[in-house]
Write a protein that binds this ligand. Structure first.
Ligand SMILES: [Zn+2]
Length: 334
């Protein structure tokens, strides 16, 4: 009975983590709306997505959120032709990676509860930490990097005050509008690849059952023109993360690199993740590049959560994503 129960609940929770259902939102009267340009500096300027986001309630926040993680690492190394000034260096178009830390703001994502039953940390803050580390590491390797968010916010708030606009135009402002803004942003930046970073979670009143649920999953969408690329990227990410976790001494379970349609909930609209999938009943503009959504561990699992509390673990996980991206490029190209 329990064995049957677990997979069912898992699906529900994971989808919550990724798409369908935000964590129980709390009123946040102080929440400010998504700030804007999340384009991170790169060795070659990346087209910014600022323009499409200028309508937000906090227009003055735009400039402050242009992040420059490693200003000295990139700009100073721009190739300068020294021998023959008349020769124009061949422009190298950077490979642009879009990094999407899941959730944010009122949407905490999956949560971890301590032995007293108190929530002590949660998905949206941990995935942001990993994403910022990944952005820095990629910049050091001269990748173009786009972050869908670089702090603790939703791109389009849909709870409490300061509700954002109806991006999808179906007459309702909800979590899909936030995800649509993420898709619009990475499309505008012309990213070559997208990696969405999440953590899985499992809620159950019986702590022993929570303890038994762990493992690693990577999702891709099989219903896109570039599905084969996405599938390979997901497989590579899964393979690299599993190898990393084994090396880190974390016992994990391979849940596979699997199609996002496995997350579909009967009766709910949409068969795919908004960030990766085709537009059907929910979003209106799909992402235009291959990608995957990684759920390396369960934040709800006490053992996996202990690892997530270590900065060196998060750094190494970020480095693992870099290695996976490089392996993907070597095999698939752009
Ligand atoms: Zn999530």
């Amino acid at each position: 009975m329990r064995k049957r129960l677990i997979p069912l609940l898992l699906l529900i929770f994971c989808l919550a983590g990724c798409a369908a259902n935000p964590a129980a939102p709390a009123p946040t009267p102080t929440l400010t709306l998504a700030p804007q340009s999340m384009i991170v500096s790169s060795s070659t300027p990346v087209p910014t997505a600022t323009a499409i986001l200028t309508w937000t309630a906090t227009p003055t926040a735009t400039a402050t959120h242009v992040r420059s993680a490693t200003p000295t690492a990139t700009n100073t190394s721009t190739p300068v032709p020294t021998e023959t000034p008349t020769v124009t260096p061949t422009p190298t178009v950077p490979f642009i990676v879009a990094i999407d830390p899941g959730h944010g703001g009122v949407d905490l994502g999956a949560r971890h509860f301590n032995d007293e039953g108190k929530m002590d940390f949660y998905e949206s803050e941990v995935v942001l930490d990993i994403a910022l580390r990944l952005a820095r590491l990629l910049e050091e390797k001269r990748y173009g990097v786009v972050l869908t968010r670089d702090d603790d916010y939703l791109l389009n708030n849909y709870v409490g005050e300061n509700i954002g606009p109806d991006i999808t135009g179906e007459g309702e402002v909800d979590w899909v509008d936030d995800l649509q803004m993420r898709v619009d942003l990475i499309n505008e930046a012309k990213a070559d690849l997208v990696l969405s970073i999440h953590l899985n979670g499992f809620d159950h009143p019986d702590k022993e059952i929570v303890r038994q649920v762990y493992g690693t999953t990577t999702y891709y969408c099989e219903a896109r023109p570039f599905a084969e690329k996405s599938r390979r990227f997901a497989q590579i990410v899964q393979e690299y993360v599993l190898a990393f976790l084994a090396e880190a001494g974390l016992k994990t379970y391979d849940r596979g690199a699997i199609p996002d349609s496995t997350l579909a909930v009967p009766g709910e609209p949409g068969q795919h993740l908004v960030l990766l999938g085709p537009c059907e009943e929910r979003c209106v503009r799909p992402s235009q590049m291959p990608g995957a959504l990684s759920e390396p561990v369960f934040i709800s699992n006490p053992m996996e959560a202990e690892f997530l509390k270590r900065p060196e673990f998060l750094e190494a996980l970020a480095a693992t994503y870099v290695a996976a991206i490089e392996a993907y490029r070597a095999e698939v190209g752009r």
